[in-house]
Design a binder for this molecule. Structure first.
Ligand SMILES: [Cu+2]
Length: 281
């Protein structure tokens, strides 16, 4: 009589153990399953040369390197320090990084609903630990994207970071051709004829009070663009296509919505203009 109940209990326990293992696996699995478009072979051709990978940042480990956050979570609303390391196959911290866009590491922190975007530049300690002050005001699950180049290969590894509390997740704002960047700055986006799988030129124009503003150099250019896909926060390869830094080439790998974060420096301060774009089939 008790057998089925026992079996059911055992099954429930198994499920619980499996769920726990899966959770731990998601957090520390050194070899996560690549999915679809992220699963691009590096082969002998380093990314960043030749055909760029269409998306990056979906995997916590790739190409023999792993992103290890010091802690899986951070406290809410407090100035704290985010620490991470890039580990090699032997578990040792990588200390040699190439300079890209004037920095050896670009760190994007953004909540899963694409709010709370931050672009940070951590400092590398002698032991291979990167650290940067950060403050996360809203609870929820965040994505940490570490963008760097090692041995001539550009990589973006991603890991989840949680801030405890009940998160009021926001819907993605509707697509709009103009965004406020703060400080009275408006940025207009000209994105003609977007098609999935096709490279698009995105052109930005910054104005204040209707007058064109020329941004100051920031990270070796007049602007910096980060493009993330709604749904999985895939990190798109973006490169500037004009000397004035007002245009970027992006290939949207699939139909759907993306969030663009254009960053410009004006009056010595970096401002961020966020845009939603919808890419048709
Ligand atoms: Cu950066």
């Amino acid at each position: 009589m008790a057998a089925p109940a026992k079996l059911a209990g055992f099954a429930a326990l198994l499920v619980a153990v499996f769920a726990l293992a899966s959770f731990a696996g998601a957090a520390i699995d050194p070899a996560p399953r690549s999915s679809g478009e992220a699963d691009v072979e590096h082969g002998g051709e380093p990314a960043g040369h030749g055909a760029p990978q269409p998306v990056r940042g979906l995997a916590v480990a790739d190409g023999g390197l792993r992103l290890a956050l010091d802690t899986p979570g951070l406290p809410r609303g407090a100035r704290t320090t985010l620490r991470l390391r890039i580990l090699d196959d032997d578990g040792g911290a990588v200390r040699e990084f190439d300079v890209e866009h004037e920095r050896r590491m670009h760190l994007i922190v953004v909540r899963r609903d694409l709010t709370g975007f931050q672009h940070l530049h951590p400092r590398l300690g002698a032991d291979g630990t990167w650290s940067v002050p950060v403050r996360l005001d809203e609870p929820g699950s965040y994505r940490v994207l570490a963008d760097f180049s090692h041995d001539g290969t550009a990589r973006t590894l991603g890991a989840d970071l949680r801030v405890s509390g009940s998160a009021a997740l926001q819907p993605l704002p509707a697509p709009a051709p103009v965004a406020e960047a703060g400080g009275g700055l408006r940025v207009a986006l000209d994105a003609p004829a977007l098609r999935s799988g096709r490279e698009a030129d995105l052109r930005f124009a910054v104005t204040r009070g209707g007058t064109p503003v020329t941004p100051q150099p920031y990270l070796g250019a007049r602007g910096h663009l980060v493009a993330l896909r709604e749904g999985d926060l895939a990190f798109l390869h973006v490169h500037p296509v004009s000397d004035d830094g007002a245009a970027f080439a992006v290939t949207f790998p699939s139909a759907g919505r993306y969030r663009l974060f254009l960053q410009v420096r004006v009056d010595g301060r970096v401002r961020t203009a966020p845009f939603t774009v919808e890419v048709p089939r």
